[in-house]
Every structure is written in C-alpha cells, then in structure tokens.
Design a binder for this molecule. Structure first.
Ligand code: BGC
Length: 378
C-alpha cells in the first residue's frame, strides 16, 4: 500500500521553505550599498534608518542561511559607526571613570541613517540592547563560518568598554518605552554580547567584561525573576515576549535551566493567541496586535527546548501574516489588545510597517533551525 499521509505535511513545509527563500532575497535586495539593512523600506517613521537591534538579528539570520557576505557587510557598517565615534566614546568613559555625570542624551543612539549619521528625526534613542546584540551576532557569525574577528576588533573593544561602564543604566527597551526601567531583555542582550567576545579581549578588559556578565546574571536572578520566569523589567511581575530571545538564540537563560523554560511557558501562556504573539499585555501600539517576529522568537525558544512541533506551529502562524506579495508586516491586527488605540497610530504614521525586515529575518532564522528547504536561491 502506498503511504500518502505525509504528503500535505511535506507540501506545507516546502511552502514555508519558499517563504524563507523569498525572505532572504528580499533582505539581500533591500540591503543598502553601505551594508545597512533598512528596518522597513517604505514606512514613514523608519524610512532611511537602520537599527543596531533589528540589523544584528537580520545579519544573524542571513548568516545562518549561508549569506556570509551580506552579514559581513552589515557588521562592517556597525564597525565603521563605532570606529568613527571612538573619541566620543572614550570621552564618555573618561568622565564616567572620573565620577562625572554622562547624560542619556549623550549616549549612543539606537539607529543611524545608512551613511552612519544620527539623522534629524526625533527618536527614543538611548537603548543599550543593540550594542550587546551586535557583539553577539558578529561573534556567532565568525564562529559559524570560521572567520576571524580581527577586522572588527577595534569596534568590539569600543563596544565592550562602553557596555562594561553603562550596562546598569535605565534606558528605553526594545519597544522604545519605559526609559526609567532596567529591562531584562536589554540586560540579556548585553550579557550575551559581552560573553560572546570574551575570548578576543586582552586582560584586564576580559576580566572586567566577565565580571559584568556575572553581575548582570546575579542582578537578574535577584530582581528580574517573577513566579520563576524572567520579568519585563527589574521588579516587574509582567512578562514581555522579547524575553524568549534571552532563552534562545541569546542563550543567556537557556531552556535547559528552570528560569529559561519557565520563561518560554510564561510567554506562550500569557502572550500568545491563535494567530501569533503579542509584545506584552498592556501594549497599545497600533492597538496591540500580534508580531510575527515574536512568534518566531518564541518558536526558536521552544525548538531549543526540544519542542519542534510547537516551533513549527509558531512558524506557521508567522507565515499566515504574509501579504499576497509575500511581505511580512511588523504586526497584524486580527486580535488586538487595545482596539481603541489602533486608529491614532494609523493617523500618525500610516498603516503598519510592511515589509519589516526584522520579521523576515526571524522567519528565516526559525525556518533554518527547523531545517526547512525552499529550492534554489537566485
Ligand atoms: C520597534 C523597535 C524596532 C523599530 C524598527 C519600532 O516600532 O519598537 O523594536 O527596532 O520599530 O523596526
């Protein structure tokens, strides 16, 4: 007897694999000549800017998919931005070491124009996570493809010196909110970044970075855990879907540890609905919809815990948000937490950012991890 039972499954996996491939092509096509990845090519509030956070995750995804040159060019862009600010960073550090204040407005911004300047548009700029995430992503890229980190060494050292001094300052989170808090995802990104580059640092810098990693862990365990899982910020009893990334791929509290596994469960229990994953329960941005990139982050964390079935489910829900043109949006509004707040954002910035390259990146990253193939890449 011929077995047909698995054919629909195979066909569906091939379809998901094709969305992975078209996502890679989209990112490569939209990457700027400078190496910067635009957050979203057309969306009014993001146009012309590249974020360290989005970009690092995008580079990590294309690196995992074998697009070595694209990722290298993004990391070169990060490196140039840091190298060109070496005296500003050194001056901030000197003042910090002398016990003098350094204002939030002087800190490195979250995003830059493609040619590496800060741009004229106001933004909620002081965010530390992207600087940790770029360190983590560049080190992963080098490890994955057997590359040397030498070409980024100066920028790595500058970033380590900056984070080692300023890691415990409150700053805006991944969602450009709550600058008065210390966010556990931000601390996770910093910790992952500092840990990832320890091997290429000289003493005493290495010991200082290692001690920062240990202090971050102790602080998070003492103040950033609620009901056994990671909390949105130190002292919070809420959860935020960005915490799934701290479990995996950042591996700071891996799924093999209770805190990591409890975090995966808490994010899934509290923030996922049919159709995808919300950022956090009080979200009102565009009415507080579901973010395909977070479905994929959560899928990555579940897969790391050994649950491929749940991971594939989450990948599927991300794929279902694609437009007819195969574009993944920043969020979808099929299940809104705060429907009354949707219109004010549409009036302010237009319809939801589509395509959002970070959404495509997380889709790629999870599809690669699940081993989904999508035919020939052009
Ligand atoms: C999100 C950020 C993201 C940016 C660009 C913002 O709306 O809050 O996390 O970095 O969009 O994608």
């Amino acid at each position: 007897m011929i077995e047909h039972a698995s054919e629909p499954v195979l066909a569906e996996e091939a379809q998901l694999g094709r969305l992975k491939e078209s996502s890679i092509r989209l990112i490569l096509r939209l990457q700027d000549a400078s190496g910067a990845y635009p957050a979203s090519p057309t969306f009014s509030a993001y146009k012309g800017y590249s974020w360290f956070r989005d970009g690092a995750f995008i580079a990590d995804a294309v690196s995992a998919a074998g697009e070595i040159d694209s990722a290298t060019r993004f990391f070169d862009w990060c490196g140039r931005i840091l190298d060109s600010r070496s005296s500003t960073i050194a001056a901030m550090i000197e003042r910090f070491d002398a016990g003098q204040p350094v204002a939030d407005t002087e800190m490195l911004p979250a995003r830059f124009t493609f040619d590496g300047v800060e741009g004229d548009d106001d933004w909620w700029d002081f965010q530390l996570d992207g600087y940790g995430t770029w360190l983590w992503a560049v080190a992963e890229h080098a490890r994955r493809h057997g590359l040397s980190l030498d070409r980024w060494q100066d920028a790595i050292v500058l970033t380590v010196d900056y984070l080692e001094r300023f890691w415990d300052r409150p700053c805006y989170d991944w969602w450009e909110e709550h600058p008065e808090k210390r966010h556990v995802s931000t601390l996770g990104c910093i910790s992952a970044g500092l840990s990832a580059v320890l091997d290429v640092l000289d003493e005493p810098r290495r010991a200082l970075a290692k001690s920062a990693v240990e202090r971050i862990r102790d602080l998070v365990v003492a103040e950033g855990v609620t009901a056994g899982h990671l909390a949105k910020w130190l002292g919070s009893t809420e959860v935020d879907a960005s915490l799934a990334a701290v479990v995996y791929p950042l591996n700071v509290f891996p799924a093999s540890e209770d805190i990591g596994m409890n975090t995966v469960r808490a994010v899934d229990d509290q923030l996922s609905e049919v159709g995808g994953v919300h950022r956090y329960l009080a979200d009102t941005f565009y009415g507080g919809g579901q973010w395909p990139l977070l479905s994929c982050m959560l899928g990555l964390a579940w897969n790391a815990s050994g649950d491929r079935t749940r991971a594939l489910d989450l990948l599927r829900s991300a794929a279902a948000t694609a437009t007819h043109d195969g574009y993944l949006p920043e969020q979808v509004g099929t299940h809104l937490l705060a429907p009354a707040s949707e219109q004010e954002w549409i009036d302010r910035w237009g319809t939801v950012a589509t395509p959002l390259l970070w959404s495509h990146a997380m889709f790629i990253r999870l599809a690669v991890e699940l081993g989904l193939e999508g035919g020939e890449r052009e």
